[in-house]
Write a protein that binds this ligand. Structure first.
Ligand SMILES: Cc1ncc(COP(=O)(O)O)c(C=O)c1O
Length: 458
């Protein structure tokens, strides 16, 4: 209705002034009810970066204790303790400023107002930064979060120049081997498999491949996993890393099975560590995420570029959940690891069970080595069912508490016959892999025992 149609109608209010494109930046702009129009403060000098949130800060690996509390009485002679990794897992990567939330925020923004440090969501995200500070601090390097473990693995393997070669643990994660077979089939990389539990044979293979014509110039990588998935073989990491370096190789270690709390490959000299964060670090089977950690600024830059160019980025919510999982990693590990050791012992004495593979068992071929280079034997075990593949499948179908399914490292125990997957034909057909979760070990034993009975494994 217009004023001309209805003489008693009050006159229209004056039109709102036209919106400035950026009223927050225009101090002369009049008030608009829907926008906060405080004239901008003169630009404040940028806050110094919070070292806990700055993955490149030399302080990131250690924890900055509360600066507001000041020294304790008589504390001048009381040095700050070297904090246990379980403590660091709880505290690294938390915002530290007064009034800050105790948890890093989930930064849901695809882009950022120009002129600051952050530019676009494929390159920058503060939730990633918090997670990366925590994981990097625990591994002793600078971490980059990826959309999945495979995304991190692909980024690391892509740093090998075209025509270069990779010697890979023959029993490495099947996705890693598939990635490499695909790269080899397309002529991008030359790939050889090695039994990484045999240090001399692995290094001999590295030497043979690296001295082949034209190979040395193209660069190469030794890809290690320890314990391996799923045979739980133990590689002598210090010896292989050292030997690999002497041959001019970049050495990568998939540390997923151990987690940063049980094994520190960067501290043994590895160039880069990868994780399927999906597993133990996140710990609840509700997130897919990966990470690569390195001390080399050149490698870090290459990986950051790969992440951005491949768009292999994690979601902020997933990253938040992974960081939340990391906070409880130490206690989850403690429980699952104790149960895994207990179940391994009980399985050893069970009729119908052939070999049991668990590095914590005194007769495991890598037991002494694992005791030297790990801070615990982990949460994974594997065992053979003497009745063959069919009986092993029946066990998986008969468990009532344990979940039959792939993956590992969650609060719930998972069991599967790995040889059911294509690409796993090198594995014993009746081998079952068990990821031990947080259930009571007696209940897990009851479940396995009744599943064996149902499957007639007696
Ligand atoms: C040892 C290991 N590394 C890497 C991966 C791949 O991780 P994601 O599933 O997060 O891509 C897996 C997955 O099972 C794994 O077991």
């Amino acid at each position: 209705m217009t004023n001309g149609d209805d003489p008693v109608a009050p006159p229209d209010p004056p039109l709102d002034p036209p919106l400035s494109l950026d009223p927050l930046l225009d101090p002369s702009f009049p008030s608009h009810p829907s926008l906060r129009l405080d004239p901008p403060d003169p630009p404040a000098p940028p806050d110094p970066p919070d070292p806990l949130l700055d993955p490149l800060s030399p302080m990131a690996p250690s924890l900055r204790l509360n600066p507001l509390r000041g020294p304790a009485p008589g504390s001048s002679d009381r040095p700050t303790p070297a904090l246990d990794p379980s403590t660091l897992a709880v505290h690294l990567g938390r915002p530290g400023a007064p009034g800050a939330p105790v948890n890093a925020a989930v930064e849901l923004s695809a882009t950022f107002r120009a002129g600051g440090d952050q530019t676009y969501g494929r390159d920058d995200n503060l939730t990633w930064v918090a997670f990366e500070a925590a994981l990097g601090g625990l591994e002793g390097g600078t971490a980059l979060a990826f959309g999945s473990g495979m995304a991190a693995i692909a980024a690391v393997l892509e740093t090998v120049p075209v025509g270069g070669w990779v010697v890979v643990a023959g029993d490495a994660y099947n996705g890693t081997r598939r990635f490499l077979s695909d790269a080899a089939a397309r002529g991008r990389l030359a790939v050889r498999s090695a039994d990484v539990a045999d240090t001399d044979a692995t290094l001999a293979m590295c030497e043979e491949v690296s001295s082949a014509p034209n190979r040395r110039a193209s660069g190469g990588m030794l890809w290690l996993e320890s314990p391996t998935n799923p045979l739980l073989a133990i590689a002598d990491l210090p010896a292989l890393i050292d030997g690999g370096h002497r041959l001019g190789l970049t050495v990568a270690v998939d540390n997923t099975f151990a987690s940063p709390l049980l094994q520190s490959p960067l501290q043994m000299g590895a160039d880069v560590v990868v994780h399927s964060v999906t597993k133990l670090i996140s710990g609840h089977s509700d997130v897919l995420l990966g990470a690569a950690v390195t001390r080399s600024p050149e490698l870090l830059e290459q990986l950051r570029t790969r992440r951005s160019l491949h768009g292999a980025i994690p979601g902020p919510m997933e990253t938040f959940l992974a960081l939340r999982g990391l906070r409880t990693l130490a206690v989850r590990l403690e429980r699952s690891q104790a149960s895994a050791a207990d179940l391994a012992e009980r399985l050893m004495g069970r009729h119908g069970v052939g070999g049991v593979l668990y590095p914590g068992l005194a007769d495991h071929p890598g037991h002494k080595l694992a005791a030297r280079q790990m801070r615990g034997f982990g949460t994974m075990l594997a065992f053979e069912v003497t009745g063959g593949a069919e009986a092993a499948e029946l066990v998986c179908q008969s468990v009532q508490l344990i979940t039959p399914g792939t993956s590992l490292g969650g609060v719930e125990s998972l069991i599967e016959r790995r040889a059911r997957w294509s690409g796993e034909s090198h594995l014993p057909p009746a081998l079952l892999r068990l990821s031990v979760g947080l259930e009571h070990p007696d209940d897990l034993w009851w479940d396995l025992d009744q599943a064996f009975a149902r499957a007639n494994v007696t």
